[in-house]
Design a protein around this ligand. Structure first.
Ligand SMILES: Cc1cc2nc3c(=O)[nH]c(=O)nc-3n(C[C@H](O)[C@H](O)[C@H](O)COP(=O)(O)OP(=O)(O)OC[C@H]3O[C@@H](n4cnc5c(N)ncnc54)[C@H](O)[C@@H]3O)c2cc1C
Length: 389
């Protein structure tokens, strides 16, 4: 009998899962429905470039209809409001209810604000193409307003968080702000770019030698680092730090943490304190075996017993693994446990610099590292058949 696989979220994990499952399963075996808020897939790993205008919105979106064309995958554009694992149903915001035999939850993550007052209300975040567009428009308006208002806070930009995505954004801003200033006819020496991080150093957990290189590269382009100090509060026009300092700014961009999608918590999946679902070795929910969870909303422990980081490369690996497991669920055979492969971890520092590791230990830096990172982006596009989108 034909089974119904419903995949929630067409990001890195969900899209790869749909494509892999369809490679293995015929239409007689399974109907596959892919539900996503938008009718496009977003290249989230490139949003820091889109946020400063170094990449177009169009280049960061891929029409889902094109990716799944001819593959017998039904795309439903809709926002999931509720998952009921007991009834095996998914409810969409506009009221539609979808029933499933197997569900794959790949809804990604949400910003973690750590309860900092005013952060949610007054800071930008960068997780979608539309948010990238908002940041870009805001930076433009800051320069335009400065020409009339002459307020220094309009030219002071603060990125909260110096993890992977924060540093990549800081790198792009360090490259782009001189161009914004030149275009507006504003003296660039008036522009200030801050990166605030609660941990003692930027890129926590990264190789210390690479951290030093990254910090030097960004500092040489004028980035002011404030490390070991948490943000205490954000108010309109102000970022207040735990050490009592106040940065007067019209632009606070928060990249300081992520947590699992709230829908996962509300569905009753067993989660850890940051809202990511606990899964078994096959990425099935520990308390709802007909549900798989992949990507940023899954809590997976690595070989060293520490949680795997929320990355695109792991999300699509999880998606592909679940695609295979669904085949075995439906057609029989032995499922394989999920084994993450760490391809590397490269943090771009703008267009001309990058630091990181390829494989587990080969260190890279500079333009060559940036090109290797770009090659990784193309490799992913080739996997989903969308190099020319
Ligand atoms: C600026 C930036 C740079 C990054 N750089 C890298 C990098 O270089 N390398 C790397 O490996 N990782 C990087 N990451 C992390 C990476 O992007 C995430 O780990 C990855 O996107 C997670 O994939 P996912 O499939 O779990 O979720 P996502 O890719 O976020 O996909 C989730 C999907 O679910 C949809 N969705 C969400 N809620 C709903 C709902 N209620 N109803 C319907 N649909 C919904 C979304 O629209 C989206 O399509 C970066 C992240 C950022 C923000």
């Amino acid at each position: 009998m034909q089974k119904h696989i419903v995949i929630l979220g067409a990001g890195y994990g969900g899209l790869m899962c749909a494509l892999e499952a369809r490679k293995k399963l015929t239409v007689d075996d399974a109907r596959i429905t892919l539900v996503n808020k938008h009718d496009y897939h977003q290249l989230v790993t490139q949003l820091h470039e889109t946020a400063v205008g170094a990449r177009t919105d169009r280049a960061t979106r891929i029409a889902l209809g094109k990716v799944v064309s001819g593959k017998d995958i039904d795309v439903v554009k809709g926002t999931v409001s509720r998952i009921d694992p007991e009834q095996k149903t998914v409810q969409l915001e506009h009221g539609e209810v979808i029933t499933y035999d197997y569900v794959v939850v790949a809804l990604g993550s949400e910003a973690e604000y750590f309860g900092v007052p005013g952060m949610k209300e007054h800071a930008f975040i960068l997780k979608t193409v539309n948010q990238a567009r908002l940041i870009r428009a805001h930076i433009h308006s800051c320069f335009a307003r400065y020409l009339y208002e002459r307020k220094p806070e309009l030219l002071r930009f603060v990125v909260g968080g110096a993890g992977f995505s924060g540093i990549e954004l800081v790198g792009e801003l360090a490259d782009a702000l001189p161009k914004y200033a030149e275009e507006a006819g504003v003296d660039y020496s008036l522009v200030e770019l801050y990166n605030v991080e609660a941990m003692p150093s930027i890129l926590p957990g990264f190789d210390p030698e690479l951290v030093k290189l990254a910090q030097e590269s960004l500092a040489s382009r004028g980035v002011r680092f404030v490390t070991g100090v948490a943000v205490a509060e954000v108010q309109p026009g102000q970022c207040l730090l735990k050490n009592g300092e106040v940065i007067e700014t019209e632009t606070m961009i928060w990249t300081g943490g992520v947590r699992g999608n709230q829908i996962v918590v509300e569905a009753g999946f067993e989660t850890e304190p940051r809202g990511r679902a606990k899964v078994d070795a096959y990425l099935q929910s520990v308390n709802q075996k007909d549900a798989y969870l992949v990507g940023d909303c899954a809590f997976v422990l690595g070989e060293n017993g520490r949680p795997l980081p929320p990355t695109a490369q792991l999300a699509w690996q999880m998606g592909a693994a679940v695609g295979q497991s669904l085949y075995h669920d439906i057609k029989g055979g032995v499922k394989e446990e999920f084994k993450p492969v760490i391809l590397g971890s490269l943090a771009s520092l703008g267009r001309k610099d990058c630091v990181g590791k390829v494989g587990k230990s080969y260190k890279m830096k500079g333009r060559m590292a940036y090109m290797v990172k770009e090659a990784g982006n193309y490799r992913y596009l080739a996997k989903i058949g969308s190099v020319f989108h």
